[in-house]
Design a protein around this ligand. Sequence first.
Ligand code: BG6
Length: 428
Amino acid sequence: GILCSDFPEQLIAVRKDAPLLIGYGADGNYIASDVTALLAHTRTVTYMEDDEVAVVTADHVQILGRDGCFLEKEKHQIQWDVSAAEKGGYAHFMLKEIHEQPDALKNTILPRLSKGQPDLADDGIPDSILKDCRRIHVIACGTAMHAGMVARALIEPGIRIPVTVSIASEFRYETPLIDEKTLVIVISQSGETIDTLAAMRLAQSYYAPVLAIVNVKGSTIARESNYVLYTHAGPEIAVASTKAYSVQLAALYLIYCRMALVRGVYSPVQAENFMKELLDAIPAMETMISRKDEVKNIVNHIISKSDAFFIGRGLDYAFSLEGALKLKEISYIHAEAYAAGELKHGTIALISEQVPVIAIATQEHIFAKTISNVREVKARGAFVILLVKESAVIEDDIADVQIRIPDIADSFTVFPIAAILQLIAYYA
Ligand code: BG6
């Protein structure tokens, strides 16, 4: 945005690489990089493209292309309301957004069910891209990338096609092995993360079809991708992603189930059962959010320490990555996620008296293996917080604290577990 004292009534705005919106208000016009900044003033916006220039006055907006010609640009109405961008009685946006997850999940999943089965036709996602791809490449940053790690652990064994997950800031500088038979799934809450955008453009230059999972309507990634599956989480204000992670997972579970259906991996009845189990995870998550005081009480064992470890295997390892990121990002306590079986190859030396270890063991086929790793860290004096299912059978003294989640199918435990991990980070 450029102001000049010779033209005090006029604001010039130019977009290059970073997002820019024009907001049309009753009391004046606005520029912003994010729609949430405008919600209190207006919900009518225009998305600017790279190299476009806006000349903004209190009652008039003119937009010019790079060649100086005037452009007629579309005005969009934002559906989010102002209260979605207010704390609504919660101490912080993060806590509010943790609580919003069950509703956000319903908003993302329910409109895509037809006779109980996932249907992405209304989103304009053709079955052919799910049926014909030979491999999947997921690209994202941070929490969104961790959602991709969960999807890999679900899709690869389920569909039996290779799934690669890339950090967007790495992928964008690589010479990737992708082609038109690779389905590239790009995940971004904001739809504006520059590394993810650059990675997507690179993937498109290899003719790979790009399916974007995005929360913010009209964002650059949503506009430039070939297909979009919107998550309906409402605005996420807290920097640490919580509800966006859950709905990104929900979108990935929908894609997985639709893919299994159109490839004949699932019968319609199996697809329906999968979706029922996904919906069962929502009350399970709600239960863990309502038990937040249980989590609050244990963080004292973490906040006095300089390091914390998160361990798990398979899907539980994918959840651990997100747990460690959340704790680091929000509390500034150093945290590491380890595939539980990998600990002994060096890192176990860092586990000493009272070092907090958050162990996740919700996957039945590897449960005993993770528990044996819990014994190893306990033997070295770690303070173990163990997250298991309600019905898990273990000795009482295996861990210092046990948090038990409702008994739901193994593939869906991420939802209640995510709530616990987010609350640990928040209270720490
Ligand atoms: C980081 C945030 O800056 O960006 C993370 O701290 C987030 O929480 C990541 O996951 C990616 O953002 P987005 O908008 O592309 O999902």
